[in-house]
Design a protein around this ligand. Sequence first.
Ligand code: C2E
Ligand code: MG
Ligand code: MG
Length: 604
Amino acid sequence: MPKIGGSKSGRNEDSASQDSEKLALESSALLNAEMWALRFEAICEATSDFVGITSVDGSFFYLNPAARSALGIEDDEDVTLLDSVNFFDLEFYSRVSDAIIESLIATGSWSGELRLKHRSGRTFPVSQVTTVHTLEDGSPSFFSSISRDISSTKALEETLQHQATHDRLTNLPNHSLFQTLVIHAISRNTRNGLATAIAFVDLDRFKSINDGFGHIGGDEALMEVAHRLTRAVRPGDTVGRFGGDEFIVLIEDLPPGDAEEIALQVATRITDVLRVQIPLSSSRSAAPASANLSASVGIAVAGPNSGISGDSLIHQADLAMYEAKAEGKDRVAFFDDALRITTDHAIETAGALSDALLQRQFEVEFQPLVDMRTGSIYSAEALVRWRRPDGRLLQPGEFISIAEEHGFISSIGEIVLEEAARWGVKWRESIPYFIVSVNVSATQLLSPGFLNFVSKALSESGLEPSGLSIEITEYVVLKDVNSAVEVLQGLRALGVWIAIDDFGTGYSSLSYLRDLPVNAVKIDRAFVTTIVESERDRGLLATIILMADALDLFCVAEGVETEAQRDLLLGLGVVFAQGFLFSRSVSPEKITELVADAVTKTSR
Ligand code: C2E
Ligand code: MG
Ligand code: MG
């Protein structure tokens, strides 16, 4: 360190005593200054902070040992021959230099973060305070800096930042980071006249992997999926994990004319690579195991001038993914105009549903179930209708799934159940074994209080439990098998019948039926429609009937429209059916008439 102060002496012969006095003073000041300089030097040499003094032209005056070592400068090297500029990360410096100079001019000092550079080229972050020291006329004389290596703080900050923005299992960008990336991508692509696409990837039946191989096996499969997705996309595209079995891909820089085509290629590669068996090393069993997966992918594309928000684009891809699922899974679907209209319609419908409930706009029709040998009614299924204030009558297909999605289904289901129970009591006065059937959606069945509601509806209407059948689809079981079994057992304990609706269209194997407290299966219309033409379907139907028999389940055929179908079914041993051949759904008053007819017929 250059010694602060300097030697200065003079002799005044006229006044020796004054001189000697002055000399004494001066030398004591000098001693003082030197002593302080030594003390400061000792502090500078000892501290682990980096202390440096730089001249106005940028060369060093002084660097303390900590600074020398951090920058890779030897102890005996003359620092005054070195240019300080070589020890900065200049790329970083260029970004902050304006602010530094501004602050030094305005306040005489600057503090903030910089990156310094070791001789080897390695850079590291420091937090630094720089001060300008001026001459008497105010012009700068030299700069002093004190800085501290903040690598470990930065690393910790980065780790925390990474954890907050990445999925722990797969290390892919998580939901929140992905949303930010999409927003940036859309605005960047908009500037460049390019399109952006999102592919929303949802694994099909992933739950069965977790159930079959445990969570460790499930995690292993998810990591492999992440790996495959990352390899399937183009360099520059980003894969993220949205949670659970949902992944998402951001496809960027698309020429607007080819955007759909390229996005489809990426999505097709994704479905292709996920179809390949995944070997699992951590399965519970000792034998080597593997998982079969597939994925449903929804694509949404935003052109350069779409003006769409990141969130909306992701939502559109999500909706398209549901479309891919609905079309049979393991496929790709686009968010197109048809889906846009459906979505707008769904939003409008959902908005109107709460009013509909308040104003009781729901009506219940009933469709007879008949004994095909005689054609007489023995049961009726309650089917809900929605009478809109403008007089239109909406069918369940137009609002049930929307009601499910928006949380209205339980309330609608309660109206139907009360209405059905009320009529059921009346019809049982004429036919004591008469059964009313009510459809119950998965959400309603699994909602808390469902069992209580059923027993309350029974006791308030006076309907005996054996006069009520609850129809559920296989989907209920798939959604949450343990809770479903518990509720179904509760219903059986009450004495209510349980039927599996739309049987044969579900996802899972037939084996679960054995473990369920179920009384009947209603064979889906899809099988019935084709039995006349298709021998294969006849065979399939025969197998279903055999199995139902073996499990001691009551069999009902749905959607019988022709006499040929009826005769074939009777030939296969199915006696009970429902379908337009016998009757469409009708008002409850009309059922009352049919019940009366059946009574007269049998008493004749
Ligand atoms: P589902 O339970 O399978 O009911 C039978 C559906 O098939 C009814 O349609 C009925 O009109 C129709 N159908 C009956 N026979 C024939 C036939 O011979 N040919 C043809 N083409 N169709 C026939 P709908 O009333 O439109 O009901 C559709 C679905 O909506 C029902 O299917 C059921 O899953 C659901 N649904 C109806 N009411 C309710 C309800 O109150 N709650 C719940 N959660 N779902 C309901
Ligand atoms: Mg039904
Ligand atoms: Mg059905």
